[in-house]
Write a protein that binds this ligand. Structure first.
Ligand code: OGA
Ligand code: MN
Length: 275
């Protein structure tokens, strides 16, 4: 039962807030929207429980945070190109998002965030891990912060979406874009610095070979995946996670073989990122 009082409580020390007392099926009142925006910018991901949304209501909710990105690679909900299907059928062994990554870092103008709504979840398993790239950056030495401050990194979708693996993905020919972003960004809403490289889509530092980049990137990936920087979300039907794609990584656990998991994802457009 939803009460009328908005309450917000931390999930991990560095990342994640659970918000209660908001019915997301209704247009948001100003204070509710401000609470969500500010928690998103400062805590990286916000979670909601027990939401009952039609596809239209999910779309209406996302539009209150920006324009919707129509995903070029994911199959979408029938009749709703705005809603990407993040699904794993009982007979599929690979899941979507099963490694640390940041959605859309391969775009010149990366998405602000993604809003994932759980429609069907396995009886156990299928949690999602999140990690704070603010916390990862803050914990680096001044020396490495200084070095990274002068670097840019090349991101690509080619190796992930340029090969079609099954009918959950399409348009491999559209996976042609490489984008270059600062390795450390200043978050457009919070003003905080965040590490902006990720194992899913970052290829190398700009002006460096892949070989030269590997050692430093692998160090950063090990560092940024430390559990101290993260939190874990156990889904129920009706849960929503809305994450900020600029200051977080996420990782979908694939520990529910033989079960079905169906999520509806809407991605909100962002802005160009600067150092
Ligand atoms: C995604 C994703 C995580 C999950 O939708 O971008 O990585 O837990 N999903 O399904
Ligand atoms: Mn993802």
């Amino acid at each position: 039962m939803l009460s009328n009082t908005i309450q917000i409580k931390p999930v991990g020390a560095a990342i994640g807030s659970e918000i209660t007392g908001i019915d997301l099926s209704e247009p948001l009142a100003g204070p509710a929207r401000d609470t969500i925006r500010s928690a998103l910018a400062n805590r990286g991901v916000v979670f909601f429980r027990d939401q009952d949304l039609t596809p239209e209501q999910h779309i209406g909710l996302a539009r209150q945070f920006g324009n919707i990105n129509i995903n070029r690679f994911f199959a979408h909900a029938e009749g709703y190109p705005e809603i990407a299907l993040v699904v794993k059928e009982p007979d599929q062994t690979r899941n979507i998002g099963g490694g640390w990554h940041t959605d859309h870092s391969y775009d010149q103008i990366p998405a602000l965030g993604s809003m994932l709504y759980a429609r069907q979840v396995p009886p156990i398993g299928g949690d999602t891990l999140f990690s704070s790239m603010y916390a990862a950056y803050d914990a680096l030495s001044d020396g490495l912060k200084h070095t990274l401050g002068g670097l840019r990194a090349v991101h690509s979708s080619r190796h992930v979406f340029g090969v079609v693996r099954d009918d959950r993905f399409r348009n491999p020919e559209a996976a042609t874009q490489d984008a270059v972003h600062p390795a450390v960004i200043t978050h457009p809403d919070s003003g905080r610095k965040a590490l902006y490289v990720n194992p899913g889509f970052t290829l190398r530092f700009d002006g460096w070979t892949g070989d030269e980049s590997r050692g430093l990137l692998e160090y950063l990936y090990r560092h940024a995946a430390k559990p101290e920087f993260g939190c874990r979300f156990a889904w129920q039907k009706g849960s929503i996670a809305f994450w900020d794609n600029r200051s977080t990584w996420h990782y979908a656990l694939n520990d529910y073989q033989g079960e079905r998991r169906l999520m509806h994802r809407i991605t909100v457009e962002g802005c160009a990122l600067t150092g």
